[in-house]
Design a protein around this ligand. Structure first.
Ligand SMILES: CC(C)(COP(=O)(O)OP(=O)(O)OC[C@H]1O[C@@H](n2cnc3c(N)ncnc32)[C@H](O)[C@@H]1OP(=O)(O)O)[C@@H](O)C(=O)NCCC(=O)NCCS
Length: 245
């Protein structure tokens, strides 16, 4: 059962140009009146083929639940049925709408919950992680984080490192997902804010001089025990949170 703290979503959401809507969805328990996963019958042939390739049943069901509900959400903005939507993919795999390019979105899932961010004409990336025990976090930070992030993480009291590690991870991944690069851009080529009392921010980026003013990061806490980040173009966007029912 989805334990999301956000209010129930409307059937006909209205999205302003300077807004981001963030939807929290359940991937483990989403069954409609007919006993099937909502939206699942609307998956395209390539989505069904991808689903069939997952080796583990639970991963397969979560993918289907995510795609089905993603289609339902986007269909609500476009007044289209979920099966009418067509996706195309950027070189590193970021999905976009084929015929409705002004409506942008991104999805992230973790442990049976997913977040979907939706905007108009603004690039967007989102990442969600469950905060779980991770004994090798300093080694992973050593391998992937920028030097300033590693130094700051190591200086923290040991009992604060786990949550901060996952928060930093989602900040970095949301930024890359907004750009569409995925993990093809090395994670040490840019740095994000880390200290718990500082706002979520991109601090440095070797990708280009305009990057720092192009993106804004927001911390998301939809469910206790999870942390997430939204990365979006523009400095003053309004954020609206919803729970998919
Ligand atoms: C995209 C990526 C960051 C996903 O990270 P993750 O933590 O495993 O997964 P998340 O749940 O946060 O996000 C997955 C979703 O992001 C979206 N996505 C996929 N690729 C993406 C990309 N490059 N940028 C932004 N979003 C992407 C999809 O909606 C995907 O959902 P789906 O698997 O149900 O289709 C990671 O898989 C990656 O780096 N992929 C790119 C691989 C690459 O660079 N290939 C190079 C080819 S030249």
């Amino acid at each position: 059962m989805l334990n999301c703290l956000w209010p129930k979503a409307p059937l006909n959401p209205v999205l302003a140009n300077d807004e981001v809507h963030i939807w929290c969805i359940d991937l483990d328990d989403p069954v409609d009146d007919a006993g099937t996963m909502p939206g699942s019958s609307h998956l395209s042939g390539d989505e069904q083929a991808r689903a069939a390739r997952f080796r583990f049943e639970r991963v397969r069901r979560r993918f289907i639940a995510g795609r089905g509900q993603l289609r339902m959400i986007l269909g609500r903005y476009l007044n289209l049925s979920p099966g009418e939507l067509k996706f195309k993919y950027l070189p590193a795999g970021k999905p976009e709408l084929m015929d409705e390019e002004s409506l942008r979105f991104n999805l992230s899932n973790s442990e049976g919950t997913a977040l979907v961010a939706v905007t108009r004409n603004l690039e967007v990336g989102i990442d969600l992680e469950s905060i779980h025990p991770f004994p090798d976090l300093l080694q992973v930070a050593q391998q992937f984080f920028a030097q300033s992030e590693r130094v700051e993480l190591e200086a923290l009291p040991a009992d604060q490192r786990l949550e901060v590690f996952f928060r930093v991870w989602t900040r970095k991944e949301a930024y890359l997902k907004a750009r569409g690069d995925g993990l093809s851009t090395p994670l040490d080529q840019f740095s994000v804010s880390l200290a718990p009392e500082t706002p979520s921010r991109l601090l440095t980026s070797n990708i280009g001089p305009a990057e720092l003013s192009r993106w804004v990061l927001h911390t998301l806490t939809p469910i206790p025990g999870f942390t997430g980040t939204l990365a979006v173009e523009g400095q003053s966007v309004g954020i609206v949170h919803w729970r998919m029912e």
